[in-house]
Design a protein around this ligand. Structure first.
Ligand code: FMN
Length: 364
């Protein structure tokens, strides 16, 4: 075991006005322990507090409305009971001097009628994702979603605004807008999932209109210095979603617009989420990073070694780590001491109770 306590990754750093313990971010991870009303169980507070050794925690994706839901037992942030449950989480994390952002989510077409009393999921266009989605009764085929009417889109912007306000009421330190992994915002951005002919489709400017309206609404609530965003330009899951026909231009333009709005950070999944880090097509993560003035959080299979190399090259500021946080609540302490990491069986990732969730032991 090599002691890595002096690693620059593990030293305190500031992110905007926030003082962080280190450059490690706990990546957002859906764990599906909420009840059917989107309310987090008490033991979620313990789970997040155990992981407060991270410089910053980004919560699991959280539905901004009932319409936003795609997966069973995912939490919400649209009503008082949900706010009360999240308050327990933020208080527990703050007691351990951690910082925590809520990830704001709308799944769009990555949903199923079973989540909407038989109604269709909504999307920019009526294009069916490939494959299946997990609902109460197990796996079911995706369906063709309903294309949103133009007059419905500003209502969803308002849902994001309310979600941002509720996150503030729940005591979060900021919010991360989930614009990654082919959920609603990314469905508007990519021309493979948006074939609209109104002001929210067609040209690149039109395809970016809805995501940028959402970002502006959330900034109105929090100020840009407490708002981050997540992107995944080359991820094709879920739904085997095709890439945009000009990923570099599309995401380069998006990131530049986000930079002009003064967002705190862009959190980028480099490569295909949980899969290859190889650059796909002509997409340069470094070029996307350079298009953004704020902080850059890099993600996808980062180890301490890779983070150190990337920091030394000036290619990222913070590094988010996902899967290793599942079975290693004290991940940062383990990285510092060079201790071996535990591994969580996949069966514990989604659903169930506190087992395989908030009962992982610390090192000794
Ligand atoms: C169980 C699980 C749930 C996830 N849920 C989310 C989520 O809610 N929001 C999100 O943006 N990414 C989610 N991801 C993706 C992770 O944040 C991360 O991008 C991915 O695991 C790659 O990072 P890693 O190699 O450090 O695990 C999830 C990943 C896993 C394993």
């Amino acid at each position: 075991m090599t002691n890595r306590i002096a690693s620059p990754i593990l030293q305190p750093v500031t992110l905007g006005g926030l003082q962080l313990k280190n450059r490690i971010v706990m990546a957002p991870m859906t764990r599906s322990r909420a009840d059917d009303n989107g309310i987090q169980p008490d033991y979620a507070a313990e789970y997040y507090a155990q992981r407060a050794g991270a410089g910053l925690i980004v919560t699991e994706a959280t539905n901004i409305s009932a319409q936003a839901r795609g997966y069973t037992r995912t939490p919400g942030i649209w009503n008082e009971d949900q706010i009360t449950a999240w308050k327990r989480v933020t208080q527990a994390v703050h007691q351990r001097e951690g910082k925590i952002f809520l990830q704001l989510w709308h799944t769009g077409r990555m949903s199923h009628p079973d989540m909407h009393d038989g109604g269709l999921p909504v999307a920019p266009s009526a294009i069916k994702p490939h494959g299946q989605i997990r609902v109460h009764e197990g796996m079911k085929d995706f369906v063709t979603p309903r294309a949103l009417r133009t007059d419905e889109i500003p209502l969803i912007v308002e849902d994001y605004r309310r979600g941002a306000e509720n996150a503030k009421a729940a005591g979060f330190d900021g919010v991360e807008i989930h614009s990654a992994n082919n959920y609603l915002l990314e469905q508007f951005i990519r021309d493979s999932t948006n074939v609209r002919t109104d002001r929210y489709g067609g040209s690149l400017e039109n395809r970016l209109r809805f995501p940028l309206e959402v970002v502006q609404a959330v900034i109105d609530v929090w100020g840009a210095e407490r708002v981050g965003i997540r992107i995944s330009p080359v991820t094709t899951t879920p739904g085997e979603t095709p890439l945009d026909s000009d990923t570099m231009r599309t995401f380069g333009t998006y990131v530049a617009a986000l930079s002009n709005l003064g967002l705190l950070y862009v959190h980028e999944i480099e490569g295909v989420t949980q899969q290859s880090r190889e650059e796909v097509s002509d997409v340069s993560f470094a070029a996307l990073r350079r298009a953004f003035r704020g902080a850059y959080i890099a993600n996808n299979q980062y180890t301490l070694d890779l983070a150190e190399q990337t920091l030394a090259a000036g290619d990222a500021d913070l590094f988010s780590i996902g899967r290793p946080f599942i079975a290693n609540p004290d991940l940062v302490a383990r990285l510092a001491s060079g201790a071996p990491l535990a591994e969580a069986p996949k069966a514990y990732w989604y659903g169930g109770d506190s087992t395989g969730y908030s009962d992982w032991p610390t090192m000794s």
